[in-house]
Design a protein around this ligand. Structure first.
Ligand code: SME
Length: 164
């Protein structure tokens, strides 16, 4: 495999996400295994943007419970109810949640005490059902914005449509 992980932090975000999307498509070309794809996406995002955590929480009980999936970073909480935290909020509402300052978000779950800002994007399968959320956490305040939302949504929409 010629592809390797890329650090994309030197690029404007829109370009970084375009490169990431192209690279992910190349690496995962023909891959239908959902776990392998999730692990690869977590790896590529983690190395592209150097967050403290990047990865998936999977829906294991519809409308009720998320369980940690493939990720990179420090130890993640194992399970999150739809009623809790930023991940639960994104799962419950089916919309991306950008949190510029986690200390200002009522109910934020601090898996890592260094976390300062966060983005969580819902992931829908090919029938439009919620299958997971993707979470990226930073140790800086205000790290994520609408560009990150757009970039991650595009990547995860592509992933969700290619799931089995
Ligand atoms: N901060 C998240 C929990 C997951 S971890 O940060 C990896 C939340 O509030 O849902």
């Amino acid at each position: 495999m010629a592809e390797t992980t890329l650090d994309l932090r030197h690029l404007p975000k829109s370009e970084a996400y375009a490169v990431l999307r192209t690279q992910t498509g190349a690496v995962l070309d023909g891959m239908v295994d959902e776990t392998a794809a999730m692990a690869t996406i977590a790896c590529l995002v983690f190395h592209a943007f150097a967050p403290i955590w990047a990865g998936f929480y999977r829906v294991v009980q519809k409308d009720t419970l998320l369980r940690v999936g493939p990720y990179q970073g420090t130890l993640g909480c194992l399970e999150i109810a739809f009623s809790r935290g930023v991940c639960g909020t994104a799962a419950r509402t089916g919309t991306t949640v950008v949190v510029p300052d986690v200390h200002a978000f009522e109910g934020h779950i601090a898996c890592d005490s260094r976390a300062r800002s966060e983005i969580v994007v819902p992931v829908f399968g090919k029938y439009g059902e919620l299958i997971a959320v993707f979470d990226m956490d930073s140790d800086s305040v205000g790290r994520y914005d609408a560009e990150d939302a757009r970039g991650l949504e595009a990547l995860l929409t592509w992933f969700g449509r290619s799931t089995s």
